[in-house]
Design a protein around this ligand. Sequence first.
Ligand SMILES: Cc1cc2nc3c(=O)[nH]c(=O)nc-3n(C[C@H](O)[C@H](O)[C@H](O)COP(=O)(O)OP(=O)(O)OC[C@H]3O[C@@H](n4cnc5c(N)ncnc54)[C@H](O)[C@@H]3O)c2cc1C
Length: 579
Amino acid sequence: MTGWSAPTRETLFVLNDVLGVTRSEIPGYDMLDEDTVQAVVEGMGRFCTEVLAPLNPVADAQGCTRHGDGSVTTPDGFRQAYAQLIESGWNTLAADARYGGQGMPHVLGTVFEEYMNSACPGFMMYPGIVNGATSTIISAGSDHLKDTYVPKVISGEWLATMALTEGHAGTDLGLMRTKADPRGDGSYAITGEKIFISGGEHDLTENIVHLVLARLPDAPAGSRGISLFLAPKVLPDGTRNALGCAAIEHKMGLNGSATCVMTFDGATGWLLGEPNAGLAAMFIMMNAARLGVGVQGLANAEHAYQRASAYASERKQGRAMGQRPDPAAAADSLLVHPDVRRLLLDVRAFAEGFRALVLWTAMQIDAAHHGDEEADALVSFLTPVIKAFGTDQGFASAVAMQQVFGGHGYVKEWGVEQIVRDARIGMIYEGANGVQALDLAGRKLAKDGGKVAMRFAAMVEADLADAPGWLATPMRAALADSTAAAQAMLAQAASDPDALGAGSYAFMELIGLVSVGWMWAKIVQAVDGRDDGFAQAKRVVARHFAERRLPDSMALRCRVEAGAANLMAMPADMFLREA
Ligand SMILES: Cc1cc2nc3c(=O)[nH]c(=O)nc-3n(C[C@H](O)[C@H](O)[C@H](O)COP(=O)(O)OP(=O)(O)OC[C@H]3O[C@@H](n4cnc5c(N)ncnc54)[C@H](O)[C@@H]3O)c2cc1C
C-alpha cells in the first residue's frame, strides 16, 4: 500500500465520456478505440502504481549524492525503475515516430505524466524533460544534430536537461553571462556556470544532452543576444566534454531529483537555431515544460486527495452533529464533519475539473501538431493558466489534505507532508507563477485584438447552453467577471504602465476558475441521464465547485479593478523595516 494508485477509472471517464477521444476527428486519433485507450491507460497506471510509487518515500529520505569526481548517485531503486521504464516502452508512447517514438497522441502521454508525477515526482523530473528537449532539437537543430541526438533521447538511452538559469539571471535571462566562442569548425566553446539544473548529472544514462543558453562574442546585450546550444556530457568520439556537476542543491522537497550547479569550462557545443534567437528556440521546450508542470499540480492534488480521503474514512474523532452513523460507537469518522468534507470536496472539485482541462488542452496540442492554428492559439492562451493555476491549486490542495490529517499530517509517517514539500516548487520553476500571469495578461490576452480570449469565452458560453441552472448561472457570472476584469485592466493599462502587473495575478486566477468550471459543465453533460453512484458523485462535486469556488470570481474581479495605484504608492525604501 503506497497511499496512491493510478485513478484509471477517472481518466477513462474523461477521455471516453467527457472528451470523446475515440470519436474525435483530430488526425491520428483514428488509432484510438476504447479497448486500446483502456489497455494503454491501465498499463501506464500499473507501471506507475507498482514500480514508481514505492520509490517515492525512499527518494525523499535519501535524496541524491554527489561524489568527489562530480558523479551523482540517484536514490535506491531509480536505476532499476528507469531500466524498467525503457523496457516497458511507455516513455516512447507519444514520441515522434520519425525518430523511433510510437507516435500515439499527446493526450495519452499527458495521462502518463500525471501518473508519474503522482507516483514519484522526483523520478519524473528525469524523463519529464525529454518531450520538450526533443521537440526543440527537431525544430531548431541541423539534420546531423537531429539524427545524432533525437533517437537516443527519445528511446531513453540518453537523457536531457534545459540549462538556462544562472545565479544572477533567473526570470531575467537577458542578464545571463555564459559565453560561447566559435571554434571555426562549426562548434563552440561554452564557458560559464548554470545553477538549479534538474538532472544535470545522474547515474541513469551514460550520456546527458544539455540544451544551454549562452552568448556569442558579438551578441547584443539583453535577451536579444542569447543563443541556444547543444552540449552533450559525452562527445560523439566517446570523450568526456568539459562540463560537470560542481554541487547539488539541498532543497525543501523533490529530493529524488538532482538539482545541479553545472560548470561549463570551454565545453564543446553546437548552435541550435539561429544566432541570438535562443530564447525563441527555448520557448518550444519551455511551453511543453510549463504544461507538464501544470500537470504536476493535478498529480499532487490527486495523490494528496487519495491519502486524505482514505484517512478521513478510517479516523474516528468527535460525533456527528446530525444523524450518527453508529449511535453505539464512541466517535464517528472524520467524514461526518462538514468542514472536513469541505476540504476534501474543494480538492476533488479542482482535481477532476483540472484533469479534464489538461487532457482537453493535450487534444488541442495534437490538433495543433497537425496544423490547426486555432487550436495552437488556444493552447498558447491557456498554457500560463494551466501552469500557474494548476500549481497554485496543487500546492493549496496538498496543504488542505494535510489539514485533514491534523497533527498526523505534519509528521512524516503518513506521507502527506512530502506532497506539500514536493508541490511547492511547481509555483516557482518554469517561470514563476507571477510571470505566467503577466504572460497571460500582457501578451496572450490582447493578442490579435483579443480574438483568442473572445473565442475561449464563446466556447465556454456554448457549453453552458446545456448546463443545469445551478452551474450555468454562477458560470455566466464568472465569465462576465472575467470579461469585465479584462476590460478594466486593459483600460487602466492605456494610462498606467503598472496596471497589467497589478491585475494579472487575479486575472489568471479568474481564467483558471472559469476554465475548470467549463470542464465541470462538460462533465455534468457527460453523466446526464445517468443515476449510478459515479454520476451522482460527479453532480455533487460539480455543485460544490459551483456554490463554493465560482463565487470567488467576484473577489478576483475586484482585485483586478483595484488597479496599481495603491500597490505602487509606497516608496521602495519603506518596504524595509526600520531597526
Ligand atoms: C528545484 C529547482 C529545479 C529547477 N530546474 C531548472 C532547470 O532544470 N533548468 C533551469 O534553467 N532552471 C531551473 N530552475 C530555476 C527556476 O526556473 C528559477 O528558479 C525560476 O525561473 C525563478 O528564477 P529565480 O529563482 O532567479 O527568481 P527571480 O527571477 O529572482 O524571481 C524572484 C521573484 O520575483 C518575481 N519576478 C521576477 N521578475 C519579475 C517580473 N519581471 N515581473 C513580476 N515578477 C517578477 C518572480 O515571479 C519570483 O517570484 C530550477 C529551480 C529549482 C528550485
